[in-house]
Structure formats: structure tokens, C-alpha cells
Write a new protein. Sequence first.
Length: 211
Amino acid sequence: MSKSVIVPAFLGWLFTYYNSKKTDERKAQIERINDQVRLLYGPLLACVHASRSAYAAMVRQHSPDGTVHGFVQALQASPEGPVGEAYRRWMKVVLQPLNEKAADVIVNHVDLLRTPYIDPLLLQLVAHVSANKVILRRWEEGSVREWSAISYPNQLLDYITAEFKRIKRKQAELLGIAKSGSSGDELGEEERREENRLEPEPPRPPVKSKL
């Protein structure tokens, strides 16, 4: 076979191989980022945001003055009182189940984290949930003055919201649907307004564990 035939054939094979390799890599990236949104960051954001909203609703409904400070003061002053009863009920029925779902998402899909390490806030949530399982059992046994020494990670919603935004931007770029007004870290006004809908409220202070 002449050299004039071999060289074009080889170049054609090389071009096809390179394009196939790039296509497979892009496909793998898209599949991974879709899994990150669907299995990790999406469900985690939903659970953490719901937990924050439920906590705020509990405070509005049961705090003597409608504030977190008033709620915590009443709870510390009389764990056996109506505020303490309400808190334990909300913990058992609403807050702990939501937090357990969030912890399960982290444990079951830790391989989908964007970073090569596990953020301390995520580890703190898992520890907080595990410790509260013991506390809930102690409450059922009548020891209502016992509290977990591992507090809820107040900055978790801020962290998850930021990670979710980052992942969604990357997903849009890979799918070729990034908004025309955005370039790198600079977002267009329409995208910025859309992202602001996810901005969390100020972090809630945990109930002190000295009771």
C-alpha cells in the first residue's frame, strides 16, 4: 500500500478517535453532573430548606414573643412547659425526619460531592442527626432536660445553596444552555434574579445544650 494512501487513512482514524474520546468524556461529565443535581445537591437543598422553614414556623407559632430568642429562653426556663412540649413534638414529627433524610442523602451519595473532601458542615449534620436519635429516645423515657451536645450546623443552608448554584451553572454550560448574559462567574441580570430566589434566610441559632 502506498504512502499516499496510508497517511490519509491514519489521519482519518486519529481524527475519529480524538472526536470519539472527547464525546465520551463530555457524555460522562454530563451524566455525573446530572446525578449530582438529581441525587445529591437537589434533594439535600430541598431537605435543608424545608427544615429551616419548619423551624421558623415552629418559632412563629410557639415563641412567646414570636422570636427565636424568646423561644429559646422559654425552652431553657421550663423544658417541661408548653414551649418544651411543642419543641419535642416538632423535633420528633418534622425536624428530625427531615434532617435524617438530608443525612441519608449525604451518606449514600458522598461520591457525588463536587469537592475531593467532605465539608465539616456535612459531617456535623450527620453527627447531629445521629446524636439526636439518642436524645429522642431519652425524651420518650421522660428525661426531657437532656439535649444533644452536637448543635445543628447553622451555615449549612448557605453552603448547600452556593453549591447547588455552582453545579447548576456547570450543568447549563455542559448542556449548552448557559444564559447569554453570563460569562464565567459574571451572571446576567436575569440569571442573578433567578438565583436570588434560592438565597437562604439568616442562620438559626441552635438550642443551647447546657440543659
